[in-house]
Design a protein around this ligand. Structure first.
Ligand code: GTP
Length: 351
């Protein structure tokens, strides 16, 4: 079976971190999201993954060298300066996907424990044109919401107004599609599968849904990205307790290779620290993600924040809840960032 991974969006809501990497390469507990996706697809019997990208995303993905998990990897690139949306790339990849059997399409910005075999079974059993993985959420209004009867979707409402959602079941961003869907998408156009294609299929009574049970996390916004990391961290076994260290690591936390920590520092709970991060003495980090190659100087405090790659956090600096610090930013000594401050890549903050 083949899978098309949509990964050519601009991730505007994840700026400034997405200024320097595509969403699908954001690390989830120190491993690129795309690697988690490859692992799951390969486990569920997919043998070929086609990445629907733009030229820049293709460059970043190739540079990252993610283990392929036995998958054959191909790229389908949107035309220059002409993004095709979430539907157009499916038509663009028609030749690569072929017309011989149903295929999977999924958003490259979700962490989802979806049983793709079961999704395919439901698709075949219900003789649908498209079968959507569905997820129960508390607030469905910023997603596509469905009305489900048995496995049939009776209504699909994209981002309904508050109070207008037909249920709490949302489009989880993963589908099985029949090749006939190619006939619903015009060539070379920016098409939204959610707004332009699914409503037509619903009208014909050929849209199915399957409620998924595992963990599902969208990483569209910084807070969601942080929450996704924390949720995945909860599913991984706890940090092994380091006896007799002169610093403390509170579980759950994840430290990648070559992390150094100075004396009396308190790391965690929920500290996710990337490769080659240097942490000074008496530093406190909790509920935060620190990407690789960053340096955090003595007495700094980081809570509820995301710090980009290769950043420098000065001595006694304080980075507060909701802050997002871009790659290679320099925060000088004693600087305090107010809650929800966003700092663009490579900036120097001196006050
Ligand atoms: P925002 O700008 O923050 O809304 O993010 P986005 O547009 O990158 O993501 P959105 O949630 O709207 O898209 C869902 C998935 O489709 C993501 O994995 C995107 O990478 C992908 N996607 C969105 N637009 C395009 C596009 O024009 N071309 C391709 N190939 N993929 C896209």
């Amino acid at each position: 079976m083949k899978a098309l991974i949509l990964a050519g969006g601009f991730a505007t809501r994840l700026r400034p971190l997405s200024c320097t990497r595509p969403k699908t390469l954001f690390p989830i507990v120190n491993k690129p999201l795309l690697q988690w996706i490859f692992e799951r697809l390969s486990k569920d019997g997919v043998d070929e993954a086609i990445l629907a990208v733009n030229a820049l995303t293709k460059f970043y993905i190739k540079q990252t060298k993610i283990p392929k998990q036995g998958l054959k990897i191909k790229f389908s690139v949107d035309p220059p300066k002409k993004p095709l949306g979430t539907g157009g790339p499916i038509k663009k990849a028609e030749k690569l996907l072929g017309r011989s059997e149903p295929f999977i399409v999924l958003n490259g910005d979700i962490y989802a424990e979806i049983d793709y075999k079961k999704l395919l079974e439901t698709h075949k059993k219900t003789k649908a044109l498209a079968t959507i993985a569905l997820c129960k959420v508390e607030d469905p209004c910023s997603f596509g919401v469905v009305e489900l009867e048995e496995n049939k979707i009776r209504r699909f409402v994209e981002k309904p107004a508050r109070g207008q959602a037909p249920s709490d079941l949302i489009n989880a961003g993963a589908y099985v599609l029949d090749p006939e869907v190619f006939d619903y998408i015009p060539k070379g156009k920016h098409i939204s599968i959610e707004r332009d294609v699914f409503p037509k299929i619903v009208e014909q009574g050929r849209l199915s849904g399957l409620i998924i049970e595992g963990l599902w996390k969208d990483i569209g916004k910084p807070q969601e990205y942080l929450e996704a990391n924390k949720a995945v961290l909860d599913t991984i076994k706890n940090t092994k307790k380091d006896e007799k260290t002169c610093f403390k690591v509170n579980s759950p936390s994840a430290l990648d290779k070559d992390v150094s920590i100075g004396e009396k520092s308190v790391i965690g709970p929920y500290a996710i620290v990337g490769r080659n991060v240097k942490i000074g003495k008496c530093v406190s980090i909790s509920n935060s993600i620190i990407l690789s190659d960053t340096e955090i100087c003595d007495y700094a405090t980081i809570k509820g924040a995301i710090i980009g790659e290769g950043a420098h956090i000065g001595e006694s600096a304080k980075i507060n809840n909701g802050c997002v610090v871009g790659d290679k930013v320099k925060i000088k000594d004693k600087v305090q960032l107010n809650e929800k401050t966003k700092v663009c890549p490579a900036k120097e903050i001196n006050f």
